[in-house]
Write a protein that binds this ligand. Structure first.
Ligand code: ACO
Length: 426
């Protein structure tokens, strides 16, 4: 016997039972109840309690602090896998065999170069353009170089363009970084793996061969794995929403990059570092906390729509901070961050609201220790999130339940008024 929700609506003289499946009711079932001539609907700004799809990619239990990709706990993937293995898992549902991984890595290596003419597009940006703007515009521009992305219903065209995007994101990110520093671009090098090559394209100077410390390569792999997907967050929702009107992968992911850039989402890591710099010393932490409690500021890198417990990614990043600082030396802002966290985990304001450190709280410290300016931080989030967006895009495109996204509104403006000629307007 299926679960049902009984609805009694005396004003409209309606009584009905709504089917409850998968702990949800179908919002369209409410339409049968007319209220003042309008079909009953739900009001849910920010999608606080609305499921928009079935998905088998990422599982989160925010209360328990659990995150799994395709059923594998994030901590285990971060410890044992490479980023490209995880990207394969997100896209295909299973971890690759050795042969599948080799083939996938080869495919990605083959597509790392940017189209030559894209360099002309990059040259058109001001020297101090934000690298996220460069990323967003360039990913949108990919569609003009690879128009076959419009054949998204053809699996082979879709797979090829997903590989192109995942392969080119580090190159694009590194070019955006070097443009800001007025340094010549470094092309990808087939001899390096995904993360090592990324570090080389970013930091290579005049040396014949760029050798990154293996601890830094591993830290990059871990950060990329942790950032690869996070189910229906703001940017993924943007990707799905833009895809829903029949758009290609590049246009859709370009929208995702825009959404990620906001300081309440991926831009928070940049905001955390600016906050830590502003606070400056451990002694000034109590004063800052008082300001947060008085509503003057937010503690960036704290709080999450879904996690009401320690973000499992933040736990893993905290460990990576130590590994990176072994190579780079300790970032003095670490002490400020630790002091803030101490307050955050004990002060009633944060405890009552269940605000814990999120993924962005410590990642900025690593990025700064690696030599990145704050404006690159969200770029370093966008590069690995591309595999998640691509997996979500693919799931959306192949889901027969999905439709063009079109929320309802509750109209509060004027109704049919007499037009006011210019000479009569106040
Ligand atoms: N500092 C201080 N107070 C906070 C914070 C914070 N970081 N986050 C939430 N609160 C308070 C709010 O003021 C509110 O208090 P109230 O009930 O007295 O009004 C309460 O906690 C609930 O906050 P909401 O904003 O309603 O929670 P929501 O789920 O909408 O927002 C968000 C989640 C946007 C992440 C929020 O916690 C925030 O702004 N955090 C700081 C930015 C940040 O770190 N973003 C990165 C998130 S991770 C990611 O996107 C990759």
């Amino acid at each position: 016997m299926p679960d049902t929700l009984e609805i009694r609506f005396p004003a409209a003289g309606v009584e009905a039972e709504l089917a409850v499946t998968e702990a949800t009711i179908r919002a369209t079932d409410l339409r049968q109840f007319p209220v003042g001539g309008e079909p009953l609907a739900t009001f849910d700004p920010g999608f606080m309690n609305t499921a928009v799809c079935h998905s088998s990619i990422t599982y989160i239990d925010g209360d328990a602090g659990v995150l799994e990709y395709r059923g594998y706990p994030i901590a285990e993937l971060a410890e044992k896998s490479t980023y490209l293995e995880v990207a394969y898992l997100l896209l295909n549902g299973e971890l690759p065999t050795a042969a599948q991984l080799q083939e996938w890595e080869l495919l990605i290596t083959e597509h790392r170069m940017l189209p030559d003419k894209l360099k002309t597009v990059l040259a058109g940006f001001p020297y101090d353009a934000h690298p996220m703007t460069i990323l967003m515009a360039s990913v949108a521009a990919f569609f003009s170089f690879y128009p076959d992305a419009q054949n998204f219903e053809d699996k082979s065209a879709r797979d090829l363009n997903i590989a192109r995007l995942i392969a080119k994101m580090p190159t694009l990110a590194a070019f955006a970084y070097r443009k800001g520093k007025a340094k010549p671009y470094i092309n990808p090098d087939d001899k390096y793996g995904y993360c090592h090559n990324f570090l080389a394209m970013l930091f290579k100077q005049n040396e014949r061969r760029y050798e990154a410390d293996p601890r830094l390569i591993r830290a990059m792999e871990v950060l990329f794995i942790l950032h690869a997907d996070h189910e229906q967050n703001c940017s993924t929702n943007a990707v799905r929403s833009v895809a829903s009107s029949g758009n290609d992968l590049f246009t859709s992911c370009s929208a995702g990059i825009g959404a990620l850039h906001g300081p309440l989402h991926g831009g928070a890591n940049e905001a955390v570092l600016r906050m830590l710099r502003e606070i400056g010393t451990v002694e000034r932490v109590p004063e800052f906390i008082e300001g947060v409690k008085a509503g003057k500021a937010r503690m960036m890198g704290f709080g999450h729509r879904v996690y009401k417990n320690y973000d499992p990614r933040a736990k893993i990043i905290k460990k990576s901070v130590e590994d990176v600082f072994e190579v780079t030396g300790v970032n003095p802002l670490l002490k400020v961050a630790q002091e803030l966290e101490k307050y955050g985990l004990t002060d009633e304001y944060f405890v009552k609201r269940r605000l814990y450190p999120n993924v962005d709280f410590y990642s900025g410290l690593i990025y700064e220790a690696l030599g990145f300016p704050p404006e690159m931080f969200t770029v370093l989030f966008a590069v690995p999130r591309t595999s998640g967006w691509a997996a979500q895009y693919q799931e959306f495109i192949t889901d027969p339940e999905q439709k063009i996204m079109r929320p309802k509104q509750i109209y509060t403006g004027h109704r049919t008024r007499a037009y006011v000629p210019m000479e009569e307007r106040a």
